[in-house]
Design a protein around this ligand. Structure first.
Ligand code: M6R
Length: 614
């Protein structure tokens, strides 16, 4: 979602700020802007559309300021217009501010400010917060702490979520950041310091990153920096090295991050699996769960909370964990769990799954679970993310940064970790060592099998060419392949804008079959179990109504010619890894389908990588 970069350093701020915005483009946005401190005023440049438009406009009027803030906006309050684009300037010209998140009570605050004679030039909640800070500033006596005091007075008055970076014209070497609910990270370099919404904004320019916690402020003054609480007490700053992520965010020889991330999956999965099996080779050993063994052994229920693709991975987990560990599992949309008064039945464990670890709906679900006194675990890819910090324990995915908005390698590693969790919980209960050993073997074989499937990418490209004219598609699967059908449909619609729906295969006849016609292809993901004959019967129902059928099926499942138009074959594998392998051709199908339509797969319209608003 929206991206923030602030720069204070020895050199000119312009290049690092624009470069930082480019690195944040993957988060999704619809306009971009930058403000520079120019001595006794601010200069502002804002453009709708791509960062490139902003870069071109800034190039014409270069700034030699060494203090500035920049932003990519994903519209929430107000249309995509220049006046709604950040940075926002207070009416008196004293402050410029960039904001991620939503100020829920901005209406009341705005009324108050209007009553004080303040006029607004945008429809945004952010401009209200900027003016509220300016208002408090105008009421405070002159003094060294006036800027920070104004921020500290205004923020507790706002409800909702924010990550802000703000500059005051009277302070030519100070930049203040504050966080509640929306991530902020300070980048510490030799030549400059940064405050950004994501460390990738300052990769290559800062050596260390310090993540802010909710309720903290970061104050960068000249070369110094400190973190305080809202009340002004010094807070602990834990620095993480940033060099390690620099290479991983480069595109290399690939045309898009999505393609790169699809083909990275063998290595990504190797990293997810590495060192995570017990010495006897019959169970998984997940470090982040250590210390919780007794609670895990005595669980009555698991509730997964997640959104989008991460929720589909949890649904794979639901089937696998119930089968391996015999623990009842529920999967909730995180946004629903938060407001639902789910009864606290027995000993429940809440597992939140989020690639970014910053999805607000998922974080709020975790907070709700904690309020109810439930044990919470997190599965996330981002080290130091809010999810990692707020849960009682958890597991990192270790797949490296996922930049493409369409989640690919993260799904595979999340589904893999769910299988490992099922194995670990199963072995704590009644799964036999022999079954455990077979699962360990299957998981260890996974990276090579993924390579093998991805090597058949050309066949998928040809299938995408054949079906790419379709505007409506159905994806159908049973059991642990049902979430794969959902994921295949989500991937296709989010990047190609074709309408796609996923269903359990047997649901077809309860309604969706009405859609079947020669222009509506059905993609069946066929399991290699006794159920496959039932799925083949569903395929025949589609064919009988002249619907085109594409099957993704294991090598050993015979499919009569009259039931199918095209088949993509998968290796015959253990059920725990079947969903991960079956999802690969669907990732590639969506990728080629969208590319054939000339679309930018990394920046699909209206979407953001990390959704930090409700
Ligand atoms: O960062 P998260 O895993 O919490 O993100 C959750 C969803 O927003 C995300 O998976 C979204 O559905 C992707 N665009 C799907 O490709």
């Amino acid at each position: 979602m929206c991206g923030i970069v602030g720069y204070l350093g020895k050199g000119y701020a312009q290049a690092p700020l624009i470069d930082g915005l480019r690195r944040l483009e993957y988060r999704g946005y619809d306009s971009a802007g930058v403000a520079f401190h120019e001595g006794n005023e601010f200069s502002l440049a804002r453009e709708t559309g791509r960062v490139k438009n902003l870069a071109d406009s800034v190039q014409k009027n270069s700034s030699s300021s060494s203090l500035g803030i920049a932003h990519t906006r994903w519209a929430t309050h107000g249309a995509v217009t220049v006046s709604n684009t950040h940075p926002h300037m207070s009416q008196d010209g004293k402050f410029v501010m960039v904001h991620n998140g939503v100020i829920e009570n901005y209406g009341i605050l705005k009324k108050f400010l209007v009553s004080k004679g303040i006029k607004f030039s945008s429809e945004t909640d952010s401009e209200v917060l900027c003016n509220l800070i300016a208002y408090h500033y105008s009421e405070l006596p002159t003094g060294e702490d006036r800027f920070i005091d104004a921020v500290r007075l205004a923020l507790p008055q706002s409800r909702g979520a924010y990550g802000i970076v703000i500059l005051c014209v009277d302070y030519s070497d100070t930049m203040i950041g504050a966080r509640r609910g929306s991530p902020l990270v300070v980048g510490l370099g030799e030549e400059a310091n940064f405050i950004a919404s994501d460390a990738s904004a300052f990769v290559g320019r800062a050596k260390e990153a310090v993540f802010l916690n909710d309720g903290e402020l970061s104050i960068i003054s000249g070369k110094n920096f400190r973190i305080t609480t809202m009340e002004g007490e010094e807070a602990k700053a834990v620095a993480h090295p940033v060099e390690q992520i620099s290479e991983e965010v480069e595109l290399g020889d690939f045309d898009s991050y999505m393609e790169k991330e699809i083909f990275e999956q063998p290595t990504a999965l190797e990293n997810t699996l590495r060192g995570r099996f017990g010495d006897d080779g019959t169970t998984a050993k997940l470090g982040g769960l250590e210390g919780h063994e007794d609670e895990l052994r005595n669980l009555d229920r698991i509730i997964f909370v997640a959104c989008g693709t991460a929720r589909h991975a949890c649904m794979v987990g639901e089937y696998l964990i119930e089968r391996l560990a015999r623990v009842p599992v529920e999967v909730e949309h995180a946004s629903e769990f938060r407001y639902r008064n789910s009864p606290k039945a027995g000993k429940s464990l809440v597992i939140a799954v989020s690639q970014s670890g910053e999805t607000l709906d998922t974080l709020e679900a975790v907070r709700e679970a904690k309020t109810k006194g439930l044990l919470t675990l997190g599965i996330t890819n981002v080290v130091g993310s809010s999810l990692a910090r707020e849960t009682d324990g958890g597991v990192y995915q270790r797949v490296g940064p996922e930049i493409g908005v369409a989640s690919t390698k993260a799904f595979s590693s999340q589904a893999c970790l769910c299988a490992m969790l099922g194995l670990a919980l199963g072995r704590m209960r009644d799964l036999s060592p022999t079954d455990g050993q077979a699962i360990v073997q299957a998981l260890n074989d996974l990276p090579d099998l993924v390579t093998k499937v991805l090597q058949q990418g050309e066949q998928i490209r040809e299938l995408a060419i054949k079906y790419s004219k379709a505007e409506h598609l159905l994806f159908l699967g049973r059991q642990s392949l049902y979430p794969v059908a959902l994921e295949g449909a989500l991937k296709l619609k989010e990047i190609s804008y074709a309408h796609a729906e996923g269903y359990p295969a047997a649901e077809l006849k309860h309604g969706p079959i009405a859609l079947i016609n020669p222009d509506c292809p059905s993609v069946f993901i066929v399991e290699g179990s006794s159920l496959s004959s039932k799925t083949i019967a569903n395929m025949q129902e589609v064919k009988a109504r002249k619907g085109p059928v594409l099957a993704i099926a294991p090598d050993n499942v015979e499919i009569p010619e009259e039931a199918v138009d095209d088949i993509f074959r998968l290796p015959v594998v253990h059920e725990v890894i079947r969903p991960i392998l079956a999802n690969l051709p669907l990732q590639l199908f969506a990728y080629h389908f969208a590319r054939l339509r000339g679309l930018d797969v990394d920046k699909p319209r209206n979407l953001a990588k990390s959704v930090t608003v409700e």
